[in-house]
Ligand binder design. Structure first.
Ligand SMILES: N[C@@H](CCC(=O)N[C@@H](CS)C(=O)NCC(=O)O)C(=O)O
Length: 209
C-alpha cells in the first residue's frame, strides 16, 4: 500500500494526522505539487485527477479524496474511533467534518490559490491553464473570516469540533487553521475558543505528522 503525499499541502496532511492518531504506518511517496509533478503523465497514470492524497492498495485499487481514505482506515482499524461510534455520533462527526471542509478549507484554498504566484495559471487543483481570478481572493478571505467566527461559536458548547471526543472534524479544522496562515489569517482575541482548542489539538503528537 502507498500513500501519494505532499508534505506542505493541507489535504494530504489530514490523512497523515488521521494515520498518526491510529498509529498506522504506511509507505509514503512525495509528489511535488508546486513543481507540477502531480500534473505530469506519470502521476496522472495513477490518478487522472492529479490530486493528493491518493492511496493505492496492494491489489492496485486507487482511492482518492481525504475522507474516503480515512474511512478506509477507520474500517480497517476502528480504534481509536475518529468518525463516531454509533448512528448519531457518526452523523454528527460527518456533518461537522463537512462544515470544516466546505466552509473552511474551501474558503482558505480559494483565497490562497488565486493569490499565490505559484498557482497563477493553476487556480483549480489538478488543472493547468486556469488563470487566477483576483476577485476570488477577497471572496475566499471573507468566507474564511466568517468560518472563524462560526468555528469559535461551535467551540462554545464542546471541547472539540464535533462534541467531547477528538475526531476527523478536528483534524480538518486544524489543517484549515494552519493553512490559513498562508493567507495571513490567524485566530485573534475575538476567537478565544479557537485559541483554546488549537492549543490542545496542535500539541497532540499527530499534529506534526
Ligand atoms: N477533496 C479532495 C481535495 C484534494 C486536493 O485538492 N488536493 C490538493 C492538495 S491540498 C492537490 O492535490 N492539489 C493539486 C494542484 O494544486 O494541482 C480531498 O479531500 O482529497
Amino acid at each position: 500500500m502507498k500513500l501519494y503525499d505532499y508534505t506542505m499541502a493541507p489535504n494530504p496532511r489530514r490523512v497523515r494526522i488521521f494515520l498518526a492518531e491510529k498509529g498506522i504506518e504506511i509507505e509514503k511517496v512525495q509528489v511535488d505539487i508546486p513543481a507540477g509533478e502531480n500534473l505530469a503523465p506519470a502521476f496522472r497514470a495513477i490518478n487522472p485527477r492529479g490530486l493528493l492524497p491518493t492511496l493505492v492498495l496492494d491489489d492496485g485499487t486507487v482511492i482518492d479524496e481525504s475522507v474516503a481514505i480515512c474511512l478506509y482506515f477507520e474500517s480497517l482499524q476502528p480504534d481509536p474511533p475518529l468518525i463516531g461510534t454509533d448512528a448519531k455520533t457518526r452523523a454528527v462527526v460527518a456533518s461537522a467534518q463537512r462544515h470544516m471542509e466546505f466552509d473552511g478549507l474551501q474558503a482558505v484554498a480559494e483565497a490562497f490559490r488565486n493569490s499565490n504566484p505559484t498557482f497563477a495559471n493553476r487556480s483549480i487543483s489538478g488543472s493547468e491553464g486556469v488563470p487566477a481570478v483576483p476577485g476570488l481572493v477577497e471572496r475566499g478571505r471573507a468566507a474564511a473570516e466568517r468560518f472563524y467566527a462560526s468555528l469559535n461559536d461551535t467551540l462554545a458548547d464542546s471541547e472539540f469540533v464535533a462534541g467531547d471526543a477528538y475526531s476527523i472534524a478536528d483534524i480538518t479544522a486544524l489543517c484549515v487553521v494552519d493553512f490559513a496562515k498562508w493567507i495571513q489569517l490567524r485566530a485573534g482575541d475575538e476567537h478565544p475558543r479557537i485559541k483554546r482548542w488549537y492549543a490542545a489539538v496542535s500539541s497532540r503528537p499527530s499534529a506534526s505528522a
